[in-house]
Ligand binder design. Structure first.
Ligand code: ADP
Ligand code: MG
Length: 285
């Protein structure tokens, strides 16, 4: 009986053929994640992705996993029409859809993104009912990742299904943290989740680093205290560069432009270039 059942299952199983034409690349997937909102996740995702595309010749896909759609808003001025709904990829019953099916091009050479999708918010809950719900995004990147060098996931500010999918699909997590006790607590909670995901679901997962963002140079006492705390808890995971408060970064986001087009000589541009150089070197081993 057992053999019969197994034979039957084998006959039922689909023949494994690639869902899409495969490329020659093998993207590193970087999840930009933090539990707290407003710490610079989207700014970091967008600016790092743009810098990797503009200055390092890498083909980069930016996936907006946050239902707020801030990635699209941040690059509005450069967005080309096209692309589709990420929610439809994640909720595809047959699990045949790929993220590459819904990608839009931008006016920035080598930079691609998944556009704002008003249904993504509901997807968070709908995913709960799926078998293997944590692996949906990872599977939908199978063919997609062979067409890009880097895939950046801008995660929502909570540890729900979308973030979980991001962490399972990722090779690396980049954790932006502003110098505040609340953000620090958020890092601790996220690191715990990352360890659980690494143990149970994605043994390849690693932490690229903790990035201090929105650092107010005038607040030296607080900055030093937060840095000391991060160094004590996470040691070398603290990245060497700092992203200061820069009004140009906020203005660029409001204008829907990347900082390298909006204000290339700003401090924010220089500091994010430093981050991209670090990441690019890290990716090259
Ligand atoms: N280094 C910075 N200096 C000044 N403003 C910043 C900086 N980083 C982000 N912001 C602004 O702070 C707000 C929250 O940043 P955002 O990247 O959207 O955070 P998150 O995605 O974590 O919610 C946005 O208005 C953004 O323009
Ligand atoms: Mg955001």
């Amino acid at each position: 009986m057992r053999n019969l059942l197994k034979g039957g299952l084998r006959r039922l199983a689909r023949v494994e053929t690639p869902k899409r034409p495969l490329g020659t690349k093998k993207a590193t997937v970087i999840a930009v994640s933090a539990q707290k909102g407003g710490v610079g996740k989207t700014t970091t995702s967008v600016t790092m992705a743009t810098a990797l595309a503009r200055f390092h010749g890498l083909r980069v896909l930016l996936v907006d996993l946050d239902p707020q759609g801030h990635v699209t808003r941040s690059l509005q001025a450069n967005l080309k029409p096209g692309g589709g709904k990420l929610s439809e990829v994640l909720l595809d019953d047959k699990r045949e859809a790929e993220v590459m099916d819904v990608v839009a091009t931008t006016g920035i050479p080598n930079l691609y993104l998944t556009p704002f999708d008003e249904k993504l918010g509901a997807t968070e809950d709908l995913l709960s009912t799926r078998i293997g719900k944590e692996f949906v995004l990872k599977e939908a990147l199978d063919a997609t990742r062979t067409h890009y060098d880097v895939i950046v996931l801008d995660c929502p500010p909570n540890l729900g299904n979308l973030t979980l999918n991001g962490l399972v699909a990722a090779d690396q997590v980049l954790i932006p943290c502003d110098p505040s006790p609340l953000a620090l607590n958020g890092v601790a909670a996220l690191v715990e989740t990352i360890s659980t995901v690494a143990t149970r679901l994605n043994p390849e997962l690693d932490v690229l680093g903790v990035l201090l963002t929105r650092v107010d140079g005038r607040n030296t006492t607080l900055n030093a205290a937060v840095e000391e705390e991060i160094l004590k808890e996470y040691g070398p995971a603290l990245l060497p560069m700092r992203i200061g408060i820069s009004s140009s970064l906020a203005k660029a986001q409001m204008e829907g432009q990347d900082i390298f087009a909006f204000d290339p000589s700003s401090r924010g541009a220089a500091q994010y270039k430093e981050l991209a150089a670090h990441v690019s070197q890290y990716l090259n081993g």
